[in-house]
Write a protein that binds this ligand. Sequence first.
Ligand code: NAP
Length: 439
Amino acid sequence: MRGTVGGHPVHVRTRCGNNGGMSDSPALLADPHLVFDPVAGDGPKDVVVLGSTGSIGTQAIDLVLRNPDRFRVTGLSANGGRVGLLAEQARRLRVRTVAVAREDVVPALREALSGEYGSAEPLPEIIAGPEAATQLAASDSHTVLNGITGSIGLAPTLAALEAGRTLALANKESLIVGGPLVKALAKPGQIIPVDSEHAALFQCLAAGTRADVRKLVVTASGGPFRGRTKEQLAQVSVEEALAHPTWAMGPVITINSATLVNKGLEVIEAHLLYDIPFSRIEVVVHPQSYVHSMVEFTDGSTLAQATPPDMRGPIAVGLGWPERVPDAAPAFDWSKASTWEFFPLDNEAFPSVNLARHVGELAGTAPAVFNAANEECVEAFRKGALPFNGIMETVTRVVEEHGTPHAGTSLTVADVLEAETWARTRARELAAQTAEARA
Ligand SMILES: NC(=O)c1ccc[n+]([C@@H]2O[C@H](COP(=O)([O-])OP(=O)(O)OC[C@H]3O[C@@H](n4cnc5c(N)ncnc54)[C@H](OP(=O)(O)O)[C@@H]3O)[C@@H](O)[C@H]2O)c1
């Protein structure tokens, strides 16, 4: 299959010479049987890393630096909170462009780059401002890794798709808030999920046909509060919520793992990527985080993808697919005994997954409202304004008040932004009322 995206020639081919049946029906957003090649050629793939100073970004850069024959980073983007690290990354990777969202940090960034490069070498181009990541996402490259945190990642996601880049997607929020927009732009095989659960599902789905899939089983570590009752959760602190038992991640996703909102977002993400109804997506608690998700096929077989928890594995799938990157992350040592446990989810203590299913079914702007309200409530919890259970109580109220505008209609970016702004304002108001009542 040949065509053009954003004026660039692209080549969509089937893996292993057949389509494994996944692609008989309308293409999936993420399809392991299809390879989207914006610029098939020899030499390393040009990669743009958005959110380069974060947890995903730094691990991606580690992988790139260990595989110079496979990948070359041409552009970096960050908010601007860690200019020293950004300048060091730019120098080590010899990038063309560095993008920062905060214009006020440009002098400090220039100084840090001068310190790194010395006077003999020209500095990379700097682009700055709220649109900088979006601009960089559309610049020349083979793959854009979106490792920005939050729904601010939507515009760069859309820009990368429109420009015809392969999109290695860690920023799940952009898919959740703008699902129909992403679906309308993405070509078959253009998105490769980086979230560990969806990268696992992607790899398991490669083993069968679409018609053979009975259900997706998304695993959850259960977070730091696994086994606690709703009453016990009422008193937990920010420090406890930030202490994830198996994964070292950025603060927002870590707190989202404690509330299990992250799992709820992932259920919506799985539904959008693999076009499986919510009723056939199950969540199971697996405290060790060895099995990253599973696919149950109609013959009763379940395929699981398993590695010790290390995001460099899924990042390598996102950047390297359909090839595997040797030694991307450590493998298991099978000479040592280990215990792998699975438990059902306690939906009463953690109502977030069911609420996510509900907003996912509503569609329209409901997922954007759920996500935006949650981002505000996480911030309020971190500042001590909301108790832990107050996060979900407030998000539930905002979702109820929003109702179902735009469900069943075609969504626009303006609809999403308007719904998000409303949800953020309403969540802040409700959180302030709670803080006042508790004072
Ligand atoms: N971490 C994980 O293991 C993991 C696993 C699965 C999925 N994910 C997903 O991956 C995404 C990133 O998570 P993370 O844990 O890596 O977050 P993080 O550590 O908080 O890093 C976020 C990155 O985004 C940058 N950023 C923030 N606002 C920006 C803007 N307006 N423009 C450009 N860059 C901006 C930050 O820059 P500054 O440093 O300048 O603030 C930082 O580089 C999230 O969507 C998360 O859900 C993460």
